[in-house]
Design a protein around this ligand. Structure first.
Ligand code: FE
Length: 311
């Protein structure tokens, strides 16, 4: 069998030249990563006999995906974002830093700078006719000690399955709040029960999922960042027991330990306890346990570019 062209010294040295290993400028890290990307792409093209038509179709796809702003959706759908969680879990396990509420993917729809309040927030602007949801719980460390002053940064979709900022029909920061826990570590929010949602049907992510014979749906969920001085930042989501897509999420975010029970209540005295003007509502209690920090870096969320990052 003849030598693979992608593996010849000539091609390998060509790629090293392409990534600038023959100069001292630029970024050594980018050179290292891009060299591997080129080597792996070349090997894949040769081994799988990728045709010119397939190659240019992929290039066109990248252009269209960028125009659609769907790269963040694609990495979720291809399980790469979930893989980052599996990798970090394994690293934590090795470092003896396991425990606490499980992490899961952030997804591409966070917006920085949501209104901040102490102990309680109303998240919806009153225009969504959805079922009122009282979401509450306690933030503690892994020994159960309450954490006062933790920030619960919470965001979720509307009953139409869309998010404010990305859905211009919603008011600014609708269904997005930062709630600082009270002296007992409690947070409480009034909102509406969110719906699940799917990838845009004509979008570039669904286009790939169609090739894979997969749907692009997510179960209903609520996103959280939990942060507190001296504790590790937690990025997570909770899903609802009984959702048809609970274990069939196109983004693979569902995890044991992250399933909440929405309790539908029709009781005026319970409604009064929550100072609600409706008798029928849903209650979701969810507590979070965060780890004590081992290195200052992990108090912070990743530096992933996000909407309104500078706010
Ligand atoms: Fe989401």
């Amino acid at each position: 069998m003849s030598t693979k062209i992608s593996q010849t010294a000539e091609v390998q040295s060509f790629f090293k030249q392409v990534v600038g290993l023959d100069n001292d400028a630029g970024s050594p890290r980018m050179k290292q990563v891009l060299l591997r990307v080129l080597q792996d792409c070349a090997t894949l093209i040769e081994d799988l006999k990728v045709t010119d038509d397939e190659f240019w179709k992929a290039v066109d796809y990248l252009n269209r995906m960028g125009t659609n702003q769907e790269a963040g959706l694609l990495v979720a759908g291809l399980g790469l974002e979930h893989f980052l969680d599996l990798l970090q879990d394994a690293r934590d396990h090795e470092a003896g830093a396991a425990g606490g509420t499980p992490r899961t993917i952030e997804g591409p729809l966070y917006v920085a700078g949501a209104p901040k309040s102490e102990g309680f927030a109303r998240m919806d602007d009153g225009t969504d006719p959805g079922t009122v949801m009282m979401l509450h719980g306690q933030v503690t460390d892994t020994e159960g000690t309450p954490i006062a002053g933790a920030t619960v940064d919470v965001w979720h979709a509307s009953t139409k399955g869309t998010y404010s900022y990305f859905d211009q029909a919603q008011s600014d920061y609708n269904l997005r709040r930062r709630i600082v826990t009270d002296e007992s570590g409690y947070y409480k929010a009034r909102s509406i029960v969110p719906s699940g949602y799917g990838c845009p049907e004509q979008g570039t992510t669904q286009e790939v999922l169609n090739y894979l014979g997969r749907h692009g749906n997510r179960p209903a969920h609520i996103h959280f960042f939990i942060s507190a001085p001296g504790h590790r930042h937690l990025t997570t989501q909770i899903n609802f027991q009984g959702d048809e897509y609970l274990w069939d999420d196109f983004a693979y975010a569902t995890r044991e330990g992250l399933i909440g029970e929405l309790r539908f209540i029709d009781d005026s005295s319970r409604a009064k306890e929550f100072a609600l003007d409706v008798e029928k509502f849903a209650e979701l209690k969810f507590d979070f346990q965060v780890l004590k920090v081992t290195e200052s870096e992990s108090e912070q969320r990743s530096k992933r570019p996000r909407a309104l990052q500078q706010v």
